[in-house]
Design a protein around this ligand. Structure first.
Ligand code: SER
Length: 890
């Protein structure tokens, strides 16, 4: 049975039993305590806690999940995956144990032809929590499971919570006996490889306050109602129903694995090490694809780092299979999209963007590997030279930090060289860095506040309503005031504060749009607001300074934004949408937005593109966008469903496309995008858009910067003035300028060349004289000479060689010429063959001179060059060289 069919059956079964089917939420968890959704119930946490009303008392989902704590186990065991799907049915105060257990039994054992999964009854086992007599009784008497196939287990196995404060409760798990060839008799308590857990039924009824470990937590009390949360691993079910040994061989993963084997010319099932590599690739490519599709971008922190690690591990495993610098991620991602699209059709539409992100990360990592490997080799050499057995923690850290080398890569490459790595030192440095970064970002985003403070405020304030689409001034109230991240009842004039309002017209920085600024006034105080952030989804924090009076929690307040700034930012934001559409029109759908920043009068737009964008394309895009301005298209924002927005072809910056309702901003018929930002009313309000140019910001990502409105006009006015000045100076008409300037430049170059020739000739003129004046040092002709300042390094070298060539072959000769081409001294030494036979080495002589000049250098025995920092030491350096010659001649 195919994976997609397993999901369909599960959902249909529960739909027939009164459940509302809810589509999978994004992998990006809304929950501030989690980076990624790691269980089916995560999106429903507020329903369990009674904070929000569920859309029905019975729900069922197939939820995408990512878990990475066991990433090292992937491929080595039969059942560890970083991406998996959890099928679940949920009851919020509706049915409980007595219904959910029989539901599960029925679905598992009902025949396939009858819509079930057709498990033989005698292969199923159940576990219940030690004290759960009720659960035991239902299994034993209501379902009729023999007593010997019901096992009682402790907290470790049969109690479920999120690992953080939240809902929890005892659970009952269902296991499938794969048969004696897979392990020992004796049920799940004896062997969890033979008895595979397929379904976990959680009786969610308590609220946990402190969670110290899986088995050590405090129960704060009962949840508002008794609930059910179940989780069935789709991939494990698929392994059983498809009769394969492990989850990497099921339909959705095997195709990727197979393609990876084909691309790398390896075979699955022949060599255990190759098999692990292939399984890792199959698992990780799928996970990476799903994460990117949900809007995660590779980065160095949080989810971005999870994704980067997964993609880089894929690339590295491909290299371990011998793919070298060949790029296979595109093809593999294609397969992943193909296999997952039956369940997630949006993957097909998003394919160009997904490829854009993954291809760019692959390219950048391959580049990293190339430079990093060179650095790694140096580290190995140093380690061996100093007779150490381990690469230092600092070196491993540098490889990681500067060259993006994952530690496991360093470990592996070191072991190939017979070396170890000081992992402890590495981890210490990593920890220090993380702490620094944490402190930095906390300071930037939240003014040092401990994030839990915001959690409490959010609970108190509820989701803060944003009024700023329609209002620039709003009546509101002060819900919280923080000073140095600590809640205070009031703050007086001069204090730097963070203010939480019940509702606000202030736009918090997000979606590339900079924050509003403005003023919050209460009866007694005025606070100037300079920054607005959302430390937690739904909570808006205004940062600023109390100008006068005292702001108090509970005050009525009036919040007013700086309208000019807002308007200028809105113009930039609308312009960004136009430019986004413009690039897609010009370059194709793979030009996907990878970031943006909308500031007053100026914006920056990053997008995926294979290489530099030619100036002609930039001009076309600019032209098209300005035509849209002139047509003065109406800007319209509305809310609609996810599916509807997609059907309309709305562009999405990944990650903003989930939730039941999405906001679409359309500019006439030209552009349509999911967006939470603020915009102008019609495109004509932008006035003018001027694209300044484009550049690379990392592999596969380009950035354009542009000006909007009066800033664009002023820029063009300045350029125009500049042109006027040039025409005036050069006395030509505007259109003749390029030709005239080209003419001037060509003549200048020719003149410079002539000058160079003359100078060289002059330098060389002295060659004969120098040779004639050579001194005899123990039978060797020695010339030391300081050339006039300004002689180029090239000419110094030519001169040395010219002089050397003037001595007969059997006459040993050494020539040392020094000079100051610009501000630093350079020295060149040349020794002819007869001189070398006498033991003279140019490299050594240059070394002596360069040292005297305060620098370094060296080279071959026949010619060498070096330099230093002290022009005043040239005479001394030449003297030392002569001395060295005498010494070398012994
Ligand atoms: N929350 C439980 C789990 O993750 C059941 O869905 O296993």
């Amino acid at each position: 049975m195919e994976s997609a069919e397993i999901a369909r059956r599960f959902l249909r079964f529960f739909e027939e039993r009164g459940h509302k089917i809810v589509p999978s939420a994004s992998l990006i968890a809304e929950d501030p305590t989690l980076l990624l959704v790691n269980a089916g119930m995560v999106p429903f946490k507020p329903y369990f806690l009674g904070q929000r009303r569920p859309p029905g008392s019975r729900l069922a989902t197939a939820q995408k999940c990512v878990r990475t704590p066991d990433i090292e186990e992937v491929g080595k065991t039969t059942r560890h995956a970083t991406f998996f799907q959890m099928l679940g049915n949920f009851s919020f105060g509706d049915y409980f144990k007595a219904e959910v257990i029989p539901f599960a039994w029925e679905l598992l054992t009902r025949s396939e032809s009858d819509g079930g999964f057709g498990f033989p009854e005698d292969r199923l086992w159940a576990t219940v929590y030690l004290e759960d007599d009720e659960g035991y009784d239902i299994w034993r008497n209501k379902v009729g499971l023999p007593a010997e196939r019901i096992q009682r287990r402790g907290l470790e196995d049969n109690y479920w919570h999120m690992g953080v404060p939240g809902p929890g409760g005892p659970c009952s798990e269902i296991y499938y006996d794969r048969g004696p060839e897979y392990g020992r008799e004796g049920g799940p308590i004896a062997d969890e490889d033979r008895y595979l857990e397929v379904w976990n039924l959680v009786f969610m009824q308590y609220q946990l306050s402190q969670v110290r470990s899986k088995v050590d937590f405090d129960i704060a009390g009962d949840l508002p109602s008794k609930n059910i949360d179940t989780g069935m691993g789709l991939e494990r079910m698929a392994a059983i129903l498809q009769g394969v040994d492990n989850i990497y061989e099921i339909d959705t993963t095997y195709k990727i694995l197979d393609k990876a084997a084909e691309l790398t010319g390896t075979r699955y099932g022949h060599d255990p090490r190759t098999d692990v590599n292939l399984r890792v690739i199959a698992d990780h490519v799928r996970t990476g694809t799903m994460l990117v599709a949900d809007g995660v971008m590779p980065g160095n922190e949080g989810r971005g780092y999870v994704l980067r690690r997964i993609l880089r591990r894929s690339v590295r495993n491909l290299r371990l299979l011998g793919s070298g610098d060949e790029r296979h991620m595109h093809t593999l991602t294609d397969v992943a999209i193909g296999v997952m699209a039956e369940q997630y059709p949006e993957l097909k539409a998003d394919a160009p963007q997904i490829h854009g992100v993954i291809d760019a990360e692959e390219a950048s990592f391959l580049g990293t590997l190339r430079t990093g490997t060179a650095i790694f080799d140096v580290a190995v050499e140093e380690t061996k030279r100093s007779s150490h057995h381990a690469i230092s923690g600092a070196q491993a850290f540098q490889l990681h930090d500067t060259y993006g080398f994952p530690i496991d890569l360093t470990l592996e490459m070191a072991s190939e060289q017979g070396l170890k790595v000081d992992e402890e030192g590495f981890r210490r440095l990593m920890k220090e860095q993380r702490e620094r970064a944490k402190a930095d970002s906390a300071a930037k985003k939240t003014g040092n506040a401990d994030i839990s403070v915001f959690g409490e405020l959010l609970e108190k304030a509820g989701k803060v309503e944003f009024l700023g689409y329609d209002e620039i001034e709003s009546d509101t109230s002060v819900i919280g005031v923080l000073v140095d991240g600590v809640p205070v009842p009031a703050a007086g004039a001069g204090s730097t504060v963070e203010v939480v309002l019940g509702r606000t017209p202030f736009y918090a920085e997000g979606g590339g749009q900079l924050a509003d600024q403005g003023v919050i006034r209460t009866a007694g105080a005025e606070v100037e607001i300079v920054d607005v952030q959302t430390p937690l989804a739904g909570l808006v924090v205004h940062r600023g300074k109390v100008r006068s009076g005292e702001i108090k929690v509970g005050d009525e307040a009036r919040a007013e934004i700086d309208l000019e700034r807002r308007r200028a930012i809105s113009r930039s934001h609308s312009a960004t949408h136009l430019v986004h559409r413009g690039f897609k029109n010009a370059l194709g759908e793979s030009a996907a937005q990878a970031g943006s920043e909308n500031s007053p009068g100026r914006f920056r737009f990053d997008f995926t593109a294979a290489g530099a964008v030619p100036p002609s394309v930039l001009r076309d895009v600019e032209d098209e966008v300005n035509a849209v301005l002139i047509n003065d298209l109406k800007v319209n924002a509305f809310y609609t469903s996810q599916a509807e927005a997609r059907a309309m072809g709305a562009l999405a910056m990944f990650g903003e496309k989930y939730g039941d309702e999405v906001r679409v901003v359309e500019i006439g018929d030209y552009s349509r995008e999911l967006c939470g930002g603020t915009h102008v009313h019609s495109s004509g309000q932008l006035g003018l858009v001027k694209v300044l140019g484009e550049q690379s910001v990392g592999a596969g990502v380009r950035r354009v910067e542009a000006l909007v409105g009066i800033d664009a006009f002023r820029f063009l006015a300045r350029e125009s003035l500049l042109v006027a000045q040039l025409t005036e100076q050069l006395k030509v008409r505007r259109e003749e300028l390029p030709e005239r300037i080209e003419g001037i430049v060509t003549r200048l170059r020719a003149a410079e060349k002539d000058l160079d020739k003359i100078r060289s000739a002059q330098v060389l003129q002295v060659a004969g004289e120098l040779a004639a004046q050579a001194r005899d040092l123990a039978g060797v002709s020695a010339v030391t000479h300081r050339a006039p300042d300004g002689t180029t390094a090239d000419d110094l070298r030519k001169l040395a060689l010219d002089v050397r060539g003037r001595f007969p072959a059997d006459r040993p000769a050494v020539i040392v010429i020094a000079g100051v081409p610009s501000d630093r001294p350079v020295v060149v030494a040349a020794v002819n063959e007869a001189g070398r036979e006498r033991g003279l080495k140019a490299g050594r002589l240059v070394g002596v001179a360069a040292k005297a000049l305060g620098g370094g250098g060296g080279g071959k025995d026949d010619v060498a060059q070096g330099g230093g920092t002290r022009p005043d030491a040239i005479d001394d350096a030449l003297r030392q060289v002569e001395q060295a010659v005498t010494e070398q001649l012994g």
